[in-house]
Design a protein around this ligand. Structure first.
Ligand SMILES: NC(=O)c1ccc[n+]([C@@H]2O[C@H](COP(=O)([O-])OP(=O)(O)OC[C@H]3O[C@@H](n4cnc5c(N)ncnc54)[C@H](OP(=O)(O)O)[C@@H]3O)[C@@H](O)[C@H]2O)c1
Length: 357
């Protein structure tokens, strides 16, 4: 299973909207087949491993990180392939949260006389697909809010200058975060201040045939039609409360944007819930929020952040620089937003801190 998990990770940047899955077929302690899911629509991990194993699959054990799927989707059910190949035992890391599967794969295998076990290295197997898991259970993507800050929690100078607070190494790590996500989301404030491309530029990262969706929350359609996001490959979705019929809207569309008209929320910004439901409908598993203090704070105060990642640079920018989050005033200490530390890592000269609610 450890090897199957490592194989699944080879599809880390490419399987979206599908889950990352790895499979090892072993006859006793001899590995006879290995496979991992590369891209949606292509063969599943089990099928590739069975292909490699050939006749040796008969009577063998298949170790799969995720319960084999049991329905006809873009590819035929993997349960059938395992049964037809004569596999004697299937060991899964975790059940498939997809409502179309959810134990049905295991049931089909057992019915065909294949012995099964679920839950080997379960936490590691689940960690492969946190976004997929959440989307399958709730219809919503998993939200990761990422911030690059100084040691005193500042993300830009009062002038707006923020390039670069953190090191090249930290920014390279952000490239991998982006590539792991289905979409990167920001606010129009950041588009106007920084004109970011929000794309994956690291030549060593291959996203496969999928494009990375960039999403801008822009209530009054202030995104400039010559924003640098439009110069780079990949779709751009602008969620706005403005009519998408005007001249500026046409210019944005010509530049390559898709406009999504949404309602305003209670504070007259774009209704984030509506945007997230739409991203879930578009099969986004993980959404990386790379916004300024206004929008990032909205995600936190609406309790929409599943994971917070802060890159701290060992420098101080002073109290008039912009804070990480423009949160409403908190009167009592016990009302502070509480996180749990889930990881800390030194990246070049910086510190990467990962937190969950
Ligand atoms: N260090 C970092 O990690 C980092 C990352 C990004 C940005 N920054 C810095 O942050 C600064 C920009 O800050 P910012 O706060 O203006 O940027 P922002 O948070 O990215 O954008 C805020 C804008 O988003 C729009 N918006 C639409 N719907 C919203 C909603 N529901 N809730 C909140 N906002 C919504 C609002 O403008 P409308 O009302 O017009 O729609 C709002 O003013 C720049 O100086 C930039 O350099 C730093």
């Amino acid at each position: 299973m450890r090897r199957a998990i490592d194989l699944a990770k080879l599809g880390w940047f490419t399987t979206h909207p599908n889950p990352r899955v790895g499979c090892v077929i072993a006859d006793g302690d001899r590995v006879v087949g290995e496979g991992w899911h590369h891209v949606a629509g292509a063969a599943h991990a089990e099928v590739l491993a069975l292909r490699q194993a050939g006749a040796s699959a008969r009577g063998a054990t298949a170790y799969v990180t995720l319960e084999p799927h049991s329905f006809h989707g873009k590819t035929p059910p993997c349960t059938h392939a395992l049964i037809d190949a004569g596999v004697a035992r299937v060991v899964c890391g975790t059940l498939d949260p997809n409502p179309k599967v959810q134990g049905e794969g295991i049931r089909q295998l057992q019915e065909a006389g294949v012995s099964t076990f679920v839950g080997l290295l379960e936490a590691d197997a689940r960690a492969l697909n946190l976004g997929f898991d959440k989307r399958m259970r709730t219809g919503l993507p998993r939200i990761i809010v990422k911030v690059a800050a100084s040691l005193d929690g500042r993300v830009a100078l009062a002038s707006g200058e923020s390039r670069w607070i953190t090191s090249e190494e930290a920014r390279a790590d952000v490239q991998r975060l982006r590539a792991s996500a289905s979409a990167v989301l920001t606010g129009v404030g950041t588009v106007i201040a920084d004109d970011p491309r929000l794309n994956v530029r690291d030549p060593s990262i291959d996203l496969g045939p999928r494009g990375l969706l960039r999403v801008v929350l822009d209530t009054r359609l202030r995104t400039p039609a010559n924003a640098r996001m439009f110069d780079t490959a990949g779709p751009v979705l602008i969620a706005t409360c403005e009519s998408s019929a005007g001249e500026h809207a046409d210019g944005l569309r010509r530049a390559g944007a898709e406009l999504l008209e949404v309602s305003a929320d209670a504070v007259r910004g774009v209704d984030i819930g509506q945007v997230l439901r739409e991203l879930g409908r578009r099969e986004c598993n993980d959404v990386l929020v790379e916004a300024g203090p206004t929008l990032a704070a909205r995600f936190l105060s609406l309790d929409l952040c599943d994971e917070l990642i802060v890159y701290y640079a060992p420098k101080l920018l002073g109290h008039d620089a912009k804070p990480m989050f423009e949160l409403p005033r908190i009167e009592r200490l016990q009302d502070g937003l509480q996180f749990q530390l889930s990881g800390a890592e030194v990246i070049g000269p910086d510190l990467k801190v990962t937190l969950v609610r």
